[in-house]
Write a protein that binds this ligand. Structure first.
Ligand SMILES: O=C(O)CCC(=O)N[C@@H](C(=O)O)c1ccccc1
Length: 368
């Protein structure tokens, strides 16, 4: 495979409704897509960085800059014969895992399309469809939350994740349990909004039979999560803290978590995500696939990853219409609470040209 260039393509996609978390409210996605052109095929990668450095230190303008000034030129200097050569060629540059993930994914997609292999097959998927959870943002009122949760359950989602923050935690969880019962698979995501001093408040969630509490403390407070896991019965799941397979192994050994949310963009790509899956499987730690409001391109790759055997909890692999009225690819549609794993070469999906043209805000060609 010979990589000839990378197109950086910015698209703007409005969300069907504002999505509020403990660190901010999203109303639209400004997404950086990468198109890798090789002598055999083209491939797509989606950078999951948000517009502002609020989930992590990355943001979309910085990703475009680091790709333009460092990452793509590094591949020009060391042309990758395969996607497995991309991460080593970028290793000397610190951080920027979401930018690196998008670049590796675009090269991997091109390589797989060229050889007729699917992402699912390449990653080691063992299922042809995956059960889907849904993430519910912080709402203006408990009644509004109950309406939203009722709607998602009616659509067939098999797991509900509630965003929480101090002042919006026990009450919404109690209300969902009282309205929808104890059988609904329910978990919460704090996005680092609490401190270990909040342990009694988080322990107040224990009677509600939650699957997990996701990332209650600061991403760097691994020992705080160890302390918290001794004072809270509900399993602790880490997200922002787990930036690599090494970080996963350390967190598991320290007892900082008993479940891990795997997000390929956060860890530098799908190949590292598979390594985290393997580390967790070796330690008996369940994993599930997190989401970053991806378009159908990133969604396709996430669904393939979620089909690996260690992904035993429903992920944030929702249908396209959870976030977008019109997706850039053919929409992912929930069927009996599941999404089908794309079986075609590479991602198995691609942008619909007319839609891509309509939502494109910028395009930049980076030759190798
Ligand atoms: O379904 C999705 O794609 C979103 C799932 C979700 O809640 N993502 C959260 C998260 O912290 O996990 C997030 C939202 C917005 C930005 C970054 C992350």
């Amino acid at each position: 495979m010979k990589l000839t260039g990378i197109e950086m393509r910015r698209i703007r996609m409005p969300l069907v409704a504002p999505f509020r978390t403990s660190f901010g409210t999203e109303t639209e996605r400004d997404v950086l897509l990468l198109r890798a052109v090789t002598d055999e095929a083209e491939g797509w990668g989606e950078c999951v960085a948000m517009s502002d450095p609020l989930y992590s230190s990355e943001y979309v303008e910085a990703a475009a800059d680091v790709l333009r000034r460092y990452l793509v030129p590094a591949l020009a200097a060391r042309p990758p014969a395969a996607a497995t050569a991309v991460a080593p060629a970028l290793q000397r540059f610190k951080g920027h895992r979401m930018a690196k993930a998008a670049l590796e994914t675009a090269v991997l997609d091109a390589e797989l399309r060229g050889s007729g292999r699917s992402f699912a097959r390449e990653l080691g998927a063992t299922r042809e469809r995956v059960p889907c959870g849904v993430s519910v943002g912080i709402m203006d009122s408990v009644p509004a939350l109950l309406d939203a949760v009722g709607g998602y359950l009616a659509q067939g989602y098999v797991r509900i994740k509630l965003k929480i923050e101090p002042g919006w935690d026990v009450a919404p969880v109690r209300a969902v349990r009282e309205r929808f019962g104890d059988e609904v698979l329910l978990q919460v995501d704090a996005n680092t909004a609490y401190t270990v001093g909040d342990a009694p408040l988080l322990a107040a969630l224990d009677p509600f039979g939650l699957l997990l509490i996701e990332q209650p403390l600061d991403e760097e407070d691994v020992l705080g999560h160890v302390e918290l896991s001794r004072r809270v019965r509900t399993p602790i799941c880490l997200d922002e803290s787990i930036v690599s397979a090494r970080a996963a192994a350390d967190a598991i050994r320290l007892g900082a978590c008993s479940i891990i949310n795997v997000k390929p963009g956060r860890v530098g790509g799908y190949l590292e995500a598979r390594r985290i899956h393997d580390v967790c499987a070796a330690n008996g730690i369940p994993v599930w696939c997190g989401g970053m409001l991806e378009t159908g391109l990133g969604r396709a790759a996430n669904v393939a990853l979620a089909a690996l055997p260690g992904f035993t909890l429903p992920g944030d692999t929702s249908a396209s219409d959870r976030y977008f009225r019109t997706d850039v690819t053919a929409p992912f549609v929930l069927e009996d609470g599941h999404l089908p794993v794309p079986a075609g070469p590479g991602l198995g999906v691609e942008p619909i040209p007319e839609i891509l043209a309509e939502i494109t805000t910028a395009s930049e060609w980076l030759p190798l």
